[in-house]
Design a protein around this ligand. Sequence first.
Ligand SMILES: [Zn+2]
Length: 324
Amino acid sequence: MSNAIYSQRIVSRRTLFAEAGMALGAAAVSRGALGAAGAPRGTLFDIHTHLTQGWIGSTTEPVTATHLLHWMDGHEIERAAVLPLVSPEAFWYPVTTEFVLRETAPHRDRLIPFCAIDPRTLATHLTTPKQVQDLLRRYREAGAKGFGEHKPRLAIDDPLSMRLYEACTAVGLPVLLHLDNEANMDKPGLPGFDRVASAFPELVLIGHGKGWWASIAGGISQADLQVGYPRGPIAPGGAIDALMDRHPNVYGDLSSSGAHALLRDSAFGGEFLRRRADRLLFGTDYYDRGQLDWPQFTMFDALKAPDEVRRKVAAENAVRVLKL
Ligand SMILES: [Zn+2]
C-alpha cells in the first residue's frame, strides 16, 4: 500500500477515535462503545511493543513502523510505547534507542519511543552520574517518554543498574523492566525489587516478564521465576501485592505473561485487576508478525472488569505515568 493511501487511513482512523472519545465524554461507557478488547473503542494504549530489523537469521518480515501501525489499527490500539532492546541477552540482536527514535519520528502521535542503556556501559563509558543523566536527557529531548525494556543479565539491584535507576529518577523517566532467572535476577518474594523500589521511591517501576508475573502467587521457588505461563489457582501471599502495598511507585505491565497470570485463576485475577486498577497497564509485547495468541484482548471481558477499571488499565494509567 502506498504511503499516501496509508496516511489517509491513519487520518480517518484518528478521526474515528476522536469522535469516539467525544461521544464517550464524561458519560458512562455503554457496552456498544466497547471495542475488540472490551475497552472503550479506539482508546487502547499498548505499553509494550517493539520494532525489529531484518537480520540474517530471521524467518519473518521485520516489524516496521508502518507494519506496527497497521497491526495496531487491526486491534483498535490507538497508541503504543516502542521499546528498544540493547542488552546482549535481551534479543537476537540489539534494537537500539537511536533506531527506535528515528523510526518512530514520523508517527509520534501514535508511536511513543522509550530509550535504553545497557548498565555495563556505566562501568566503561558513562562512568559519572552526569554522563548518564546527560545521555538520558538527550534521549528525552529526542522524544523518549520512558526507559526500557531494561533486560540485562544482572541482579535486579546490581550496583550498575542502581546507578541507572538513580539517573532515571533524576531525569524523570519511568523504568519498564523484564524479570526472570536470565534478566534482572531476583529471589522468590522479590527482595531485590523491594530494595530498588525502597531506594528510589520517586521512580515509577513497571514490572514485566515471567519471574515478575509468577510472583503474583505465594509459595513459589527459584525455578518458578522462569516458567513461561504457570497454570492453576494462585496461592495467596504473592510478592506483587506486597510490593504494591508497600510502594506506590510499583506498576505491572500486562503484556505477554501478564494477561496469562490474571486468567490462570479468574476469581483471583478479576479481584486483582479491580484492586490494582491504578497500577496495571495494558500491553501486548508484539515483536513478531507470527504472534497470534493475544489473551490481552479477551482479558477485560473474561474477568468481568467494570468500565472504570477498563478505562484506567486500557490507557489512563499509561498516559499518567508517561506524562503524555
Ligand atoms: Zn518485550
